[in-house]
Design a protein. Structure first.
Length: 399
């Protein structure tokens, strides 16, 4: 089994991949960003429905390209990971597009695949203080996002199986992240270690990858079972366990390492998400904005459909305690499943192709619709009780 140091050395990236990633002259799924690591680029990946390619493009502000009512004032901005970005569908098949079409007003999509809750929140704070800000903000949380918030460089977790397609799909480089300071027992917000395109080439140096990541506790928790445990810092990992009130790791029982690490990992991630949501609530209140949190995790959906406890119940309980408005799509799938006589896997195939298919995004949009309409003040034009004859249709007609 690999030593932890060798695992980190193997995470170094070839110069050719960095070259392609930084070359803005050619299509690429992600573009370098000095704070968040990367934002959406322009690409035509073959990852869509029935083996099709999907047209994914970004505007100058990094938002995914929208087409519906974009000349109208935008009241809703959305932030999150690939389920917000709507990976695996084309620009006109996102849930934001479907909702905008129905409501008669635009919805901006600032989602980006691979982001954790923290990276999505940092993008929210950055964007909402510009002219692209909106009165209503959606922060979308998917299952693994809790863990990604804490990683310094998610590439170091996924590189053994991720195909960067020669650099065209490279992402998850160093970014701003959240970490627990073991000494103070407080969360600390950290800026990326590599904030310029030139500095990104340090990822080609195995020595740099070791020095930058050897004490990353979330990374250690994520690779237990894949590396020789003798190189891991069990003393500090067990301090984490103590902070979060979960059992520590007994390194003398290698057969239990993965299960113990899993418990600490999610306790760490959930605590981080609570910190992030509290900060998002405070930010939005301070800016006079309305916040909504959206939950979806296919693992939770499967657990509910199989009558099992959801692993993220701690987050649901926390959201209930805050009084923040939130929408739980996992519960919607549970209610929808009751209308079918299908196996769980056959049911999920109706909506998922990994991420949501176009049908899945359509179902999500119309499941969220009533919550959005109730949220907005004034109501969208399609839900107002005004006399429809008073509408100025010139704004809805081509020039």
């Amino acid at each position: 089994m690999l030593s932890y140091e060798q695992y980190l050395r193997n995470s170094a990236v070839s110069k050719d991949i960095i070259d392609v990633f930084l070359d803005n002259a050619q299509p690429s799924w992600a573009r370098f960003d000095s704070e968040l690591g990367y934002t959406l680029g322009n690409s035509l990946p073959r990852d869509g429905l029935d083996g099709s390619s999907t047209i994914s493009t970004a505007q100058k502000n990094g938002a995914r390209t929208a087409h519906m009512y974009t000349d109208k004032p935008c009241r809703i901005n959305t932030y999150g990971n690939s389920f917000t970005q709507c990976h695996q569908v084309s620009d006109g098949e996102t849930w934001q597009h479907y909702l905008a079409s129905h409501l008669g007003e635009p919805i901006r999509n600032f989602g980006m695949g691979g982001y954790g809750v923290y990276q999505a929140m940092r993008r929210m704070i950055r964007t909402e203080q510009t002219n692209d800000g909106a009165d209503y903000v959606i922060l979308y949380i998917w299952g693994d996002d809790h863990l990604r918030s804490i990683m310094r460089c998610r590439h170091a977790v996924i590189y053994p199986w991720w195909n960067p397609r020669g650099g065209l799909a490279f992402h998850n480089n160093f970014w701003a992240n959240l970490e627990m300071d073991i000494e103070s027992r407080q969360f600390v917000e950290k800026d990326t270690l590599l904030s310029t395109p030139e500095s990104l080439y340090q990822m080609t140096d195995p020595d740099f990858m070791v020095e930058a990541l050897k004490d990353d506790l979330m990374l250690q928790l994520s690779v237990i079972g894949r590396v020789n445990p003798s190189g891991l810092d069990f003393a500090r990992l067990n301090v984490l366990a103590e902070i979060f009130g979960v059992p520590g790791i007994d390194e003398t029982h290698e057969d239990r390492l993965a299960a113990s690490a899993e418990s600490i990992k999610y306790a760490y991630g959930f605590a981080a998400t609570k910190y992030i949501v509290e900060k998002a609530i405070g930010f939005c209140r301070g800016q006079g904005k309305e916040l909504m949190v959206v939950l979806l995790c296919p693992t939770v959906t499967r657990q509910l459909l199989n009558n099992k406890p959801r692993y993220d119940q701690d987050i649901v309980d926390y959201l209930d305690s805050t009084g923040v408005r939130y929408f739980d799509m996992n519960r919607v799938h549970l209610e929808d499943y009751a209308d079918f006589n299908l196996s769980v896997e056959d049911y999920l195939k109706r909506y998922f192709i990994g991420h949501y298919s176009p049908a899945g995004n359509h179902f999500f949009a119309y499941s969220l619709k009533d919550t959005i309409v109730d949220w907005l003040n004034p109501k969208p034009i399609t839900y107002r009780s005004d006399d429809s004859q008073l509408i100025d249709f010139r704004g809805y007609l081509p020039d």
